[in-house]
Design a protein around this ligand. Structure first.
Ligand SMILES: [Zn+2]
Length: 276
């Protein structure tokens, strides 16, 4: 058994087969969180990624300021684009509540911080920046949502869990979430495991295929390059290898192949529309 064989890979292959039988093209996208500067881990991510990656960048963390080196890294990485990862990645939730930078009742100060963050990222990254908010801990209270389009955001990206009800949160705001977190945050804080990751991947694809989730909204891979252990890096490589091999195997445009990864630039372009 190699790294790319076993029951979980077989299940994923069967799900891709079902899409193929239905003449569908499963789509994926990749979000990586918490960048503020160029690091060896970011260079490793770039070297490993053969598909587009959306970097969720923290604009204004005092203890981890945004560095010019990240602009250089993004400029030299054509497949990368930048989303806004909150403001300072600071927990503002009330005691006893789950961590959030955007708890209920938006304060004037936090709204101003969000606007300043967007302006800063646009200045630093120019066209490579997409006005999409990825709230830290994937959490934002509902009363923030009506404010986001007026602040200049076109999109929102959180973490979607089964049963994947992902309604449009707000007119003018397209939400496209991630669904496969490679890190086991609540347990080892290392790799979540091949079975778990592939299970979530296949489960979201199945939900889309059967109409339980929006068919057009791609299944999102979520990574955090700064904390990847060896097994996590290997999984990301294996997944790309598996998709590439599957793409080569068929005779017609085969569901699978690395081209099933779509760029966040395209997802939040005016030409992209989703059907319920
Ligand atoms: Zn984060």
């Amino acid at each position: 058994m190699t790294d790319r064989t076993g029951p979980a890979w077989d299940d994923l292959a069967r799900e891709f087969d079902r899409w193929e039988a239905a003449d569908g093209q499963p789509t994926l996208w990749w979000r990586d969180d918490d960048a503020v500067e160029a690091t060896p881990a970011l260079a490793r991510l770039q070297a490993l990624a053969r598909v587009p990656v959306a970097l969720a960048v923290i604009p204004a963390a005092p203890e981890r300021p945004l560095r010019e080196s990240l602009a250089g890294a993004v400029a030299g990485w054509p497949g990368a684009c930048v989303l806004q990862h909150g403001i300072a990645h600071r927990n503002a939730a009330a005691a006893g509540e789950k961590k959030s930078e955007f708890p209920p009742t938006p304060s004037t100060e936090t709204v101003a911080g969000l606007r300043a963050g967007l302006t800063a990222l646009r200045q630093v990254f120019g066209e490579r920046f997409q006005p999409v908010l990825t709230p830290p801990w994937n959490r934002i209270a509902p009363d923030w949502l009506p404010l986001l389009p007026d602040l200049g955001f076109a999109g929102l990206s959180r973490f979607g869990t089964a049963p994947y009800a992902e309604p449009q949160p707000q007119p003018g705001l397209l939400e496209i979430n991630t669904h496969v977190d490679v890190i086991d945050w609540r347990g080892s804080r290392g790799f979540a495991g091949t079975e778990s990751c592939l299970g979530r991947l296949a489960s979201h694809l199945a939900a889309r295929r059967t109409g339980q989730a929006g068919r057009d909204r791609p299944t999102g891979l979520l990574t955090h390059h700064l904390v990847h252990d060896t097994a996590t890096w290997r999984f990301i490589e294996n997944l790309q290898d598996w998709l590439a091999r599957r793409g080569e195997a068929g005779s017609r445009p085969v569901p699978g192949g690395l081209s099933c990864f779509v760029s966040a630039v395209d997802l939040w372009s005016p030409g992209f529309t989703v059907h319920a």
